[in-house]
Design a protein. Structure first.
Length: 433
């Protein structure tokens, strides 16, 4: 074992011993090799039914949550680069008619809520027993670029009070939408929060990107993931469907509990999926549906850092990786995410910097470092995360990257963020001259 492998393994072992995580996978890579592929702790904690617990292994399957967004971006950019959707190309990123031709809900004539901006609520309730939304038509139209960079005007109920009222009304009236993510397309058809293209807000944009590629190609998302990425790049295990085989390797989901002997407790967790494509009116969870080991996900990240031509052309890779916000005058907000959910801490800044404007956004739905991060990542490196505390980055200049993760809520746990930053610091202190 090399010095850096020993250092990283000691770090993650101590994280388990100190109760930072119940179990952990951590992969560090460069363009050609896996430098470190470490695990520690449990995928299932000891219990009365299983006194020994179940160890975390390199093949343990994790729910990757929003790490799925990168994969969706790769699929979207692939079909645009290759002209696989009705002749629509990269040149149509800013063409609202191209998007609306495939997903007619984006046409102003559709009357869909995703063409309208919510401004509040009227007094009283409608005849359906639901709060009456104050809506106005959006002046700007949503484009693929907006969806790829979360500047479409869409949000999530968990971090906006108006959208929260639609899923969990404070007056206990009938909600407009389901609070949980359960696969129904109607549940990500919420109104916009602002004019498309003018601001950043994390939201349901990825689910609509999923609808674009599904309707445009006539193939469901699981098949597209397999045909465009997993099979050509020999990536396994990774899937939107939890097969019986994957389930045997699936890690439990946990939440912190200081009264537990292991400082965590298992919680029930389930997400909609389907083997042969969703039923009518439903969809794979494009924003957060992927299950994989982190060594499998690292293969996807290696393809990104290598700008793999199987996915897209060099010109499209360059476009995809660079900051998209600066030229448009859009800024990533502070806080990045303001949570109204007990399973998520506020995200003030994805990667800490000494700048008031240190973060951009690219077409891979990743946060781009506009200045060096305090963990040592250079300008131009980028990454994102998944809700059960999974974090990744890639640096296209040095060719380095890592992904670290567990299955623990709340998201953005400060101790796990510190662990992530320590890993990044070790990488750049030891692997860059």
């Amino acid at each position: 074992m090399s010095d850096i492998e020993t250092t990283l393994q000691t770090l993650i072992d101590n994280a388990v011993k100190d109760g930072v995580v119940p179990g952990l996978q951590c992969v560090v890579f460069n363009r050609n090799h896996i430098i470190f592929n470490g695990v520690s702790g449990f995928s299932a904690l000891p219990s009365e039914e299983n006194p020994a617990g179940k160890p975390m292994t390199q093949l343990t399957i994790l729910w990757l949550a929003s790490c799925t967004k990168l994969v969706v971006s790769l699929v979207v950019l692939h079909v645009l680069d290759k002209g696989l959707v009705d002749g629509i190309s990269i040149a149509d990123l800013d063409n609202p008619d191209a998007l609306a031709r495939i997903v007619p809900e984006f046409s102003p004539e559709s009357g869909s809520l995703i063409t309208k901006i919510i401004e509040g609520f009227e007094d009283g309730l409608g005849p359906d027993g639901k709060k009456i939304m104050k809506l106005r038509d959006a002046k700007n139209r949503v484009t693929l670029r907006h969806l790829l960079t979360h500047s479409s005007g869409m949000g999530f109920p968990i971090d906006d009070p108006l959208l929260w009222e639609l899923v969990s009304p404070s007056d206990k009236s009938i909600p407009h939408f389901n609070r949980s993510i359960n696969g129904y397309i109607r549940d990500f058809s919420l109104p916009l929060l602002f004019e498309p293209g003018t601001e950043y807000h994390y939201g349901f944009s990825t689910d609509w990107l999923g609808q674009f590629v599904i309707r445009g190609t006539g193939k469901h998302l699981r098949r597209l993931f397999q045909e465009i990425l997993f099979e050509p790049l020999d990536i396994s295990p990774a899937d939107l469907w939890l097969s019986p085989e994957l389930l045997t390797h699936k890690a439990d989901m946990h939440i912190r509990n200081k009264d537990s002997p292991y400082k965590f407790e298992k919680i029930p967790f389930d997400l909609y999926s389907a083997e042969d494509g969703p039923e009518e009116g439903m969809a794979y969870i494009a924003e957060a549906g992927l299950n994989a080991s982190l060594q499998a996900y690292a293969r996807i990240l290696q393809a990104v850092v290598n700008k793999d031509p199987k996915i897209m052309s060099p010109a499209t890779w360059e476009l995809a990786m660079r900051d998209d916000f600066g030229p448009r005058g859009v800024k990533v907000t502070r806080p990045d995410i303001k949570s109204m959910n007990e399973r998520m801490y506020d995200v003030v800044e994805f990667a800490k910097t000494n700048s008031d404007n240190g973060t951009g956004m690219n077409l891979l739905q990743c946060k781009v470092a506009l200045v060096p991060t305090l963990s040592g990542r250079p300008v131009g490196s980028f990454g994102w995360a998944g809700a059960p505390n999974i974090y990744y980055f890639v640096d296209p200049v040095t060719g380095l990257g890592s992904v670290l993760g567990t299955q623990t809520f709340p998201f953005n746990d400060p101790d796990i963020i510190e662990l992530r930053d320590q890993v990044e610091s070790i990488i750049f202190k030891n692997l860059v001259d």
